[in-house]
Design a protein around this ligand. Sequence first.
Ligand code: NAI
Length: 790
Amino acid sequence: MSVIEKFRTMEYGPAPEDPKESLHWLDLHNRRFAHFIAGEWKAPSEGKYFETFDPSTGDKIAEVAQGSAADIDAAVKAARAALKGWQALTPHSRAKFLYALARQVQKHSRRLAVLETIDNGKPIRESRDIDIPLVARHFYYHAGWAQLLDQEFPGYQTCGVVGQIIPWNFPLLMLAWKIAPALATGNTVVLKPAEYTPLTALAFAEICNEVGLPKGVVNIVTGDGSTGEALAKHPGVDKIAFTGSTEVGRAIRRATASSHKKLSLELGGKSPFIIFEDADLDGAVEGLVDAIWFNQGQVCCAGSRLLMQESIAEKLTKKLQARMSTLRVGAPLDKAIDIGAIVARVQLERIDRLVKQGVAEGATCWQPDVVLPSRGLFYKPTLLSNVQPASIVAQQEIFGPVLAAMTFRTPKEAVELANNTVYGLAASVWSESVNVALHVAAQLKAGVVWVNSTNLFDAACGFGGYRESGFGREGGREGLREYLEPAWFRKAPPLRAKSAKRPDQAEVANPTIDRTVKLFIGGKQARPDSGYSLEIRGKNGKLLGESPLGNRKDVRNAVEAARKAESWSKATAHNRAQVLYYIAENLSQRSGEISSRLAAAVGKKQATQELKTSIERLFSYAAWTDKFDGAVHNPPFRNISIAMNEPLGTVGVICPAQTPLLGFFSLVLPLIAAGNSVVAVPSETYPLIAGDLYQVFETSDLPGVVVNIVTGRASELLKVLAEHDDLDAVWCYGDAEMCATAKALSVGNLKQVWTNEGREIDFFHKAQGEGPWYLEHAYQVKNIWVPYGE
Ligand code: NAI
C-alpha cells in the first residue's frame, strides 16, 4: 500500500481536549455569574438569570445575569466615575495596563480557548490557534498605541464612556477588538457580550482585576437584546461600537440619531470568493475551506458567494466536492475536527430555512456523505450550485456552512456579480496573475480584499465595511480614530441662529443687477422641477436675486448625474490637484465681483475674508490631494496589506448657512479632492453663490458631473438626500435638529453620516476648517492583502 493510499484510508482516532481546567473555573463561580461593575461582581437588579448551553451537546453550562436598564445605568455610572482617573494616567501607565492584559490573556490562553469552544461550539483548533492568539495580539498592538497616543494624535481627545455590543461568533476576539482601542485612547467601557456566549467576557473581567486595572475602567453587563438596547440609548454614553446583524445596526443608528454619540457599525456581509481560470485551483479549494467552513461559516466576512470562471467551473466543483467529503464534523473539543456546532437552535433553523428557499428558487444542493453527531446542533457543509444572482441565498447572509456558487465569463462580469449586493465587507480574489487580481481588487466595493488568501486578520490592519456592512474601522490607525475626537470640536458652542451673522445696513453693498441663478446638474444649468423660485434678500430687505426652489426630482436628477463621475474617482491625484488649483486661479480672477455680490448678504469684511480664505483652502486641498496617502502594513504573515484611501462615492452635502462661499468650499473640497462626486445644497441664506460657483467650475476643467448644486430649503432637501438609497454618504452642517434628522433618515442604506453635531465650526480658523480630519471622513480605507514568496 502506498503512502498516498494509506493517507486516503486512514481513520482518525478522537483527540479530545481536556476541559477539566475550564470546568473547574466554572465551578469556582458555582456556575452562576453576576455582572462585572466597578471591579466587583454585582447581582442583577431584577434578580433574573438566563442559561447558557454547550451547542454541541445541549448541556447547560452556567447561569448568567440578565441585565436590566438599572444594571446598565450602574455600569455607565461606574465607567463615568473611573474616566477622570483613567485619563489622568500617563500614556505609559495605560500602555502598561494593556500590556499586562495581553500577558495575562496569554497565560490563561488554554482555559480561555476551551471555554470559548464549550460556549460557542467552534473547533478547539480555531479558538486555540486563531481566536485567542489574536486577542493577545490586539492588546499588545494597542499597548503600543497607548504609549504613542500623545505623539501620534496631538489635539485629539477621548470620547469618554463607550458602550460596546458584541456578537457570538468570535466572543473574546470581538471583545478585544473593541476594548483594546477604547482603553488605549483613554476611554472607559461598558461592554455587553452576546447572550449565547457570555462566558469568556466574564473570564476577561476577572483578568482585569488580576492585572489591577482601575475599578470601573471595564464593566461587563450580560443580557439579551433589551440589555443592548438600554446601553445604546443610555444618555451617559458618548460612543457606541456595535458588531452584529444589519437589522440591529439600523435600530442602533435610529436609537442614537438625536444624541451626540459617535457610532461605528460592523455588520453583515455576503462576501464574494472569485476564482479565475489561471488560479492555483488546489490552493483556492483550501482557501474556500477557510472562507466558508471556518467557524461553521458564522463569520461576517465569510466567503459565502463562490464566483468561478465558467471554463474551470466543472473541474473546480469536482475538486471542491472531493475536499468537502474529507471535512470532519463533530465534537468541537476534538482536535481533529474541522467543523463544530452551530451556536444556537434558532441559527440552525435559519440556515436550514434559507437553504430550502434557495433550492425552491432553483439551486442544486450538494452535501457530502458525512455523519453528524447524534446530539447537538450540527449542519453539513453545503454547496449550492446554479444559484441565480437574485436568489435569496446569493443575497442574504446565511451565517452557516453554506456556499452559494455562480459562474462568470469575464473579469468585468466577475466584478459586476461581486458588487451585486447591498453589503461590502470583504472579498477574496484568486488568480496567478497579480495584474488581474489587483485590477479586480481595486474595483470591488469591500473594506478588505484578500488576494490568493482569505480570512486573514491582524490588529495593525483596519477591518470594516462599505455600504450596509457598516461604517468605521477596527484595527490600525483608522480604528483608533473611532475612539477620539478633535478637542476643539467637543468644546465647540451650539450653532448660532441663522440671522446672527447678517450684516449691518451700513456694510451692505448695493449690487447693480438683480440675479436669477439656476440649479447646476451634470454640468448644465437647469431650471427647477417645481417652477418656483425663492426671493433672496439682504438684511436691509433689498432683493438680491432669486434662487430656484429645488425638490425631490431635482435631487434625483443630481444624484443620477453625480453617479456618472467615475472618471473623477479614477483620475490621478495629480490631475485632481491641477483642477483644484485651476478653480483657485479662476476664483481669484473673479474675486472682486464675487466678493461685492457676496457682501450684500454677509457684509464687506466677511465677503473679502471668505474669498481670501477660500482661495487658500483650494490651495490646501490641491496640496493634500496627492499627499494624503494610504499605508502598507506588515502583518505577521507572509503578506503585505495595502491600506488604500478610497473615495466614498457620491455624497450629499448640506452647506453652512452663515459662510456661503467658504462653508461650501470647506465641505465640498475635501470630498472632491478625495475623488468623490457631490450633490451640494448651498447656503440657504445666500444660495445665489451657486451662480458664481458654477461659472467658476465651468471654466476650470472640473468635469460637469462632479459638483452638482441644488438650491432650496435645506431642511427639505436634507430629507431627500438622507433617504436616497443611491447616495453613499451625507455631510450635514446645521442645527441639532437637522443633524439628528440626517442620522435618523439615513438608515435605509445605512449611508455614512457626518455632521457638525449642531455645533459652530469657525471655518475661518484653519485648525477647525480644513485638514486631515475632513479628509479622513472623505475617504474609506480598503485593505488589500497580497501574499509573497513561494
Ligand atoms: P444580533 O445582531 O441580534 O446580535 C448581536 C448583538 O446585539 C448581541 O449582543 C445582541 O444581544 C445585541 N442586540 C440585539 N438587539 C439589540 C438592540 N435592539 N439594541 C442593541 N443591541 C442589541 O445578531 P443575532 O440575532 O444573534 O444573529 C442574527 C443574524 O445576524 C445572524 O444570522 C447573522 O446573519 C447576523 N450576525 C452578524 C454578525 C457579524 O459579525 N456581522 C454577528 C452576529 C450575527
